[in-house]
Design a protein around this ligand. Structure first.
Ligand SMILES: NC(=O)c1ccc[n+]([C@@H]2O[C@H](COP(=O)([O-])OP(=O)(O)OC[C@H]3O[C@@H](n4cnc5c(N)ncnc54)[C@H](OP(=O)(O)O)[C@@H]3O)[C@@H](O)[C@H]2O)c1
Length: 340
């Protein structure tokens, strides 16, 4: 009898996790609000998609039933949602909650969304303090990390066998916020240069492969833990962009410029500020080392399959993906660590 896994909000970032679990012999059910987001090849892997909104606690509780072998919650943002998840975890052999590195605060209380950038004084390990919570709205710059931090505290006190994962910027096939579109859009448009502002920032990347491998490791050893999740090759943003351009099959020369030399169209670099996650705890659990390329190849292939040429000759992605900002394929577009 295969073990059962239930992934809440699993057609995006958790797509690779669903697939690896299925290939590992798990009987996988994934929820989401839109059945059309289900990859076609999932039928062949035996992955079942159920339309259920995470905010409908009754429907989700019914799916958990008497418990599953592995419950993964990709849509737990608030202390209230954490209370629900904590209740469900008591019926499950193992539970994983997707938190975020946004929970961390530096020694002055500064965090990723502070007006003043935090100073991490080295790689950030799981023991670093996390943000205080004062009832902020979770859909806000201040509230995102604070709510996640409080949700973690609720889960750790009320849940059972819960692994809390803290990824950095996630990339890979299926992610709703594809970070490598800026590169692919320029390659598809036949550009040869990409101006970059503050390309020296080093922010950890998290491939969907890293996430999937970590979830599998947690499922194999149910317990209570907090783990950073990141690829093993953090490097300056300009190097990641160069590698992504090569993987996209383009010949893009990265040109480092200062902000004043950018034209109107300034896009956000995928990696925006210095923050490297310490992943020693994940290694101790046996999580294999992944690289930026593990997610980049998958994301670029997937984006290429979705990109469509518009009547005016430009390239675009479907509207359900979260790609904002200027036309990054434009001749004069810049990518900057901070938007102007
Ligand atoms: N992306 C990152 O860089 C990043 C970094 C750190 C942490 N995280 C954490 O990772 C988790 C996933 O976030 P994401 O931004 O990467 O998104 P994502 O997983 O790429 O997309 C969201 C997924 O959840 C589903 N979903 C959204 N709202 C739902 C709801 N109310 N009920 C059921 N399913 C729902 C979506 O499908 P439908 O739209 O069809 O419902 C989709 O499958 C979050 O907890 C986030 O805090 C993300």
């Amino acid at each position: 009898m295969p073990d059962t896994a239930l992934l809440l909000g699993g057609t995006g970032t958790l797509r690779r996790t669903a697939e690896l679990l299925a290939m590992d012999g798990w009987q996988v059910t994934v929820t989401g609000r839109d059945a059309s987001a289900t990859p076609q090849h999932w039928a062949g892997l035996g992955i079942r998609m159920v339309v259920a909104d995470r905010s409908d606690a009754q429907a989700t509780s019914a799916l958990v039933g008497d418990g599953v072998g592995l419950l993964v919650d990709g849509q737990c943002y608030t202390p209230q949602q954490a209370q629900e998840l904590a209740r469900w975890s008591r019926r499950c052999a193992s539970t994983v909650m997707l938190s975020a590195k946004a929970v961390y605060a530096d020694r002055h209380g500064r965090h990723l969304n502070s007006p003043e950038a935090p100073d991490w004084e080295g790689a950030v390990a799981e023991g670093q303090p996390t943000m205080a919570y004062a009832g902020q709205e979770f859909r806000s710059a201040e509230g995102y990390g604070a709510n996640k931090a409080e949700a973690e505290r609720v889960l750790r006190s009320e849940g059972q066998r819960v692994s809390v994962l803290r990824p950095s910027k996630i990339h890979g096939a299926g992610v709703r916020q594809p970070r490598l579109w800026g590169v692919l859009a320029r390659v598809l448009a036949g550009r040869t240069a990409m101006p970059v502002v503050r390309g020296g920032v080093v922010e950890s990347t998290t491939s969907t492969e890293a996430l999937a491998r970590t979830v599998l490791a947690c499922a194999g050893r149910p317990g209570e833990r907090v783990l950073n999740v990141a690829d093993g090759d953090p490097r300056p943003a300009r190097e990641l962009l160069r590698e992504a351009a090569e993987l996209a099959g383009g010949d893009l020369e990265l040109v480092e410029v200062d902000g004043g030399h950018c034209a109107e169209s300034v896009g956000r670099l995928p990696w925006t500020l210095d923050m490297v996650l310490d992943t020693a705890a994940a290694r101790t659990l046996g999580v294999p080392v992944t690289s930026f390329a593990d997610g980049a190849v998958a994301e670029l292939d997937w984006l290429r399959s979705l990109a469509r040429r518009e009547p005016d000759g430009t390239w675009a992605l479907p509207g359900w993906l979260d790609v904002e900002g200027p036309d990054l394929a434009a001749e004069d577009a810049c990518l900057s660590a901070w938007p102007r």
